[in-house]
Design a protein around this ligand. Sequence first.
Ligand SMILES: [Mg+2]
Length: 269
Amino acid sequence: MKILATDLDRTLLPNGSWPADPGAIEMFNELTDRNNVLVVYVTGRNLALSEEAINEYGIRHPHVLIGDVGTSIRKYETTGWEADSGWDEHVKRTSPNWDAEAVREIVAGVEGLVEQERVHCGPFKQSYYVDHDNREAILAVVDERVKGRYDEVIIYSYDSQSGDGLLDFLPQSATKQTALEYVAEENNAGKDEVVFCGDSGNDIQPLTAGFCGVMVRNADDQLVANVKSALEENPDLRIYHACGLEKLSGYYTSGVIEGAYHYGLFADK
Ligand SMILES: [Mg+2]
């Protein structure tokens, strides 16, 4: 089974400041359907916000939703969403020291760090808004208090739309990358049969994890720079940067389609 996995905001969804191709979403829906690929959305959004994106933009339902930056996995069945409880157990088993409440307490009071609304946090996700201009100093304090104590990963990204810095503490074993590896394994797909598309910060991990990576044309500078240094270290990584294909601009949805063609996921035109 071939898998097309994609980030949502500013990757599949045209919600940035670059121009979007009209009809690209309908094309994506048709092509994924016709070519019989397993569609996986890999997003920072929770379930409610993912549903909102599906309704607002008319993107198809995925077969699998990796939500909350990898901390939840749901399958879309005819009866609705079904949580993958195996994933929760896997995370607890493989990150035994993870403790969201302990992380919350230890970073309380760090200046420039504001806890995100409860709906953006969960048992496997503790998230903050960060004063982006002072991020280096803030992240240094955070590292000092947290790093290595809770089987955690600390992921920083920048929302170019709102201007907010975003900081996620997640269990080491539950990230966009590990969740996608889990879904690939469940579906008996080798890494060369999985295409992952992204545009920013926390997409770097799945992009450099050995899958067939795609950066949409509007990928942010930080991601492009991080990919460049990853490629210097490991030239065997497959990472394609969309640049436009025939009538497709390479931005957002069009970049996802271009990437899928690049790796042979879509056979027809
Ligand atoms: Mg994005």
